[in-house]
Design a protein around this ligand. Structure first.
Ligand code: M6R
Length: 617
């Protein structure tokens, strides 16, 4: 959850660190801090509770002397509240060492007790799990005189998940990092090098990056990068080029990243399809060599969290229909702990924008250990989940900065459709002409999404008008059901309003008791032309809630005469086939949640208590 950046080089270190932290702030925004080894060889640190801007303002008013080596951190609190004391960096070795951390050190209490026996003079100044690592590395440095070796001696004693970065004033010009189940990438510059939680930390300076594996330690100077495993053996690294530039992660005149990212959905879908539809067939070279496995699997389990899990639910409907394989969808954290029955005939498909969500990563590892095949759908190049899986289909949504996932969802749904059609092709469950038709419909989706985006002003007005609303319900059937769940999640996380999504058919089994006069209910209505015969059922559901006084806000095909007279407001989507509809129906719900949050004066990019990448369990 926290964002981490490290730098060695000739640029103004404070600027590089703060620039990196600005791009990583989506990962956590409770507090922030930096530590720099100045030209005079002194290590100085500054940290503050609250948003990064507080630290930036303080450093502008009272700068830290510049140097060539530094680390920076933006925090999402786990152990200890968001206070100045709990902010990172934490210091060791009498203030000569600074250390930052992303993750959780699960055995920190036990380590602390042992350290206090060995070194009763140790003073702890925070409630964090991190501070123990700072002291342990500090003592190890006193014995070894080498930061890499000191960190190596300590990491083997830590339980849990961590990325650690450390600097020491006796070894200026060196930043050392270690990772286990938490992200860390290296940025390669000319006469400078970088470390970051993700490439956003340094993409402004270089697009050359190195991915490092689990349980590895990296040491950077301005001219060298060395990676070893936790046993100290040298290990090879894998260089990749970042496919987007710094401007892709800028607001570019939009009021928020979320507003920008919602409107980027046509491109997210188009880019995810680009080069993957050839002569009316799916072309996924990344699955080359896996054809036998895909033909042979007997079952699919899709895992993900939050919005990614809703992409998975939509994928279930599509894959079962097209490829006739039983598909189960589970939340990653539930999957892992329920002793699922999986074996080598099971394909576990993980969906994750960040590719770093700890619950999903752990579930993937569990699946691998159980002998299942694994495939990830991921938006972040070189991310841990992608690297751990047997195969990966990257979504090409570009960097998603706002905490609320929007364009990544459209891209995830598109990618899982491609997988479903590829499976159908390999298993012969659809005719080539049917596949070509479905792909053509998908290729037409970006233009249709643009049409839906044109209703932004209308949705903003509704949101303003509803800004005092205390509860909103969402209904949908079939693929409209995950859309309803997503509408509710967006409203909860952004506007802090009670919201619930239901399968419309479930209404009469309990939730209808919630309907009272004036209760706003969004209803996702399938196309009247759909062959799935769900339309009349949803229309009946509208009648049932209207009869009890609900205020009906319908997302329906433009001109749907069976809905228009009965809805208080209709957000029109263009005619589309069943599986394209979710890509369109998400849009009004995302815009509504964002505008309602904005009308309440809330920060739509950084909602309270949340972080973009949930790298703790
Ligand atoms: O990076 P991931 O796709 O694995 O993230 C999964 C969820 O944490 C994420 O979708 C979350 O639910 C979003 N905040 C929803 O907008």
């Amino acid at each position: 959850m926290c964002g981490i950046v490290g730098y060695v080089g000739d640029k103004k270190t404070t600027e590089v660190l703060l620039g990196g932290l600005k791009r990583l702030e989506y990962r956590g925004y409770d507090s922030a801090g930096v530590a720099i080894i100045g030209a005079d060889g002194q290590l100085r640190s500054r940290k503050h509770a609250g948003k990064l801007q507080i630290l930036i303002d303080d450093l502008e008013a009272d700068p830290i002397p510049e140097g060539r080596t530094g680390i920076g951190h933006t925090r999402w609190a786990t152990h200890g509240g968001p206070t100045d004391e709990n902010a990172h960096p934490h210091l060791g070795d009498d203030g000569k060492l600074a250390l930052i951390h992303n993750g959780i050190i699960e055995n920190f209490q036990e380590l602390k007790a042992r350290l206090l026996t060995e070194h009763p003079e140790t003073e702890f100044t925070s409630e964090t799990d991190t501070e123990i690592a700072a002291h342990m590395v500090g003592y190890a440095f006193c014995e070894t005189g080498d930061l890499t070796e000191a960190l190596r001696q300590v990491v083997g004693r830590l339980h849990g998940a961590f990325t650690l970065l450390a600097i020491h004033s006796d070894q200026p010009g060196v930043v050392v990092g270690a990772r286990r189940n938490s992200p860390l990438v290296i940025g390669l510059g000319e006469g400078e090098n970088f470390l970051g939680s993700d490439v956003a930390a340094f993409v402004e300076h270089t697009r050359r990056a190195l991915a490092i594996g689990q349980d590895q330690i990296v040491t950077i100077t301005d001219h060298s990068v060395a990676v070893v495993d936790f046993e100290g053996n040298s290990v090879p690294t894998e260089e990749f080029e970042v496919t987007w530039d710094a401007s892709a992660a800028e607001k570019g005149g939009w009021p928020s990243f979320m507003a920008k990212e919602i409107t980027e959905q046509p491109e997210a879908v188009a880019n995810t399809l680009m080069g993957r539809v050839v002569d009316g067939a799916v072309s996924l070279p990344e699955l080359a060599g896996h054809e036998e496995m895909l033909r042979g699997i007997r079952r699919i389990v899709i895992i993900g969290c939050g919005t990614a899990s809703y992409a998975g639910m939509i994928g279930k409907y599509a894959i079962e229909r097209w490829a006739r394989i039983p598909v189960e969808v589970d939340l990653s954290h539930e999957f892992r702990y329920r002793e699922p029955v999986i074996d080598d005939s099971t394909l576990v498909v993980s969906i994750s924008q960040s590719g770093e969500t700890m619950d999903t990563l752990m579930a993937v590892k569990f699946a691998i250990a159980a002998g299942a095949k694994t495939l990830s759908i991921c938006n972040t190049q070189g991310a841990t989940i992608a690297r751990e899986s047997d195969a990966v289909i990257y979504t090409h949504a570009g960097p998603e900065v706002a905490v609320a996932s929007t364009k990544a969802l459209g891209a995830q749904v598109t990618a899982i459709y491609l997988l479903g059609l590829q499976l159908a092709s390999l298993r012969g469950t659809l005719e080539p002409s049917e596949i070509a038709e479905l792909l053509a419909e998908l290729q037409a989706a970006p233009e249709k999404i643009r049409t839906v985006l044109e209703q932004h002003d209308e949705i903003r007005e509704l949101a303003k008008w509803m800004s005092d609303t205390r509860s909103v319900l969402f209904l949908g059937r079939h693929v409209g059901y995950p859309v309803a769940l997503e509408g509710a999640l967006k409203l909860k996380e952004l506007a802090y309003i009670h919201a619930e999504g239901f399968a419309a058919g479930e209404l009469k089994h309990g939730p209808i008791a919630l309907i009272e006069p004036g209760q706003p209910v969004f209803v996702v209505v399938p196309s009247p032309r759909s062959s799935d015969s769900m339309h009349p059922k949803v229309v009946s559901n509208i009648q049932e809630i209207r009869a009890r006084g609900a205020r009906v806000l319908a997302i329906a095909e433009g001109g749907d005469a069976s809905v228009l007279p009965f809805a208080d407001q209709v957000f029109a989507i263009p005619p589309a086939s069943t599986f394209v509809e979710p890509l369109l129906a998400f849009i009004p719900l995302q815009l509504f949640a964002m505008e309602l949050a904005a009308a309440k004066g809330l920060d739509v990019d950084q909602p309270r208590n949340l972080a973009k990448s949930v790298t703790v369990e």
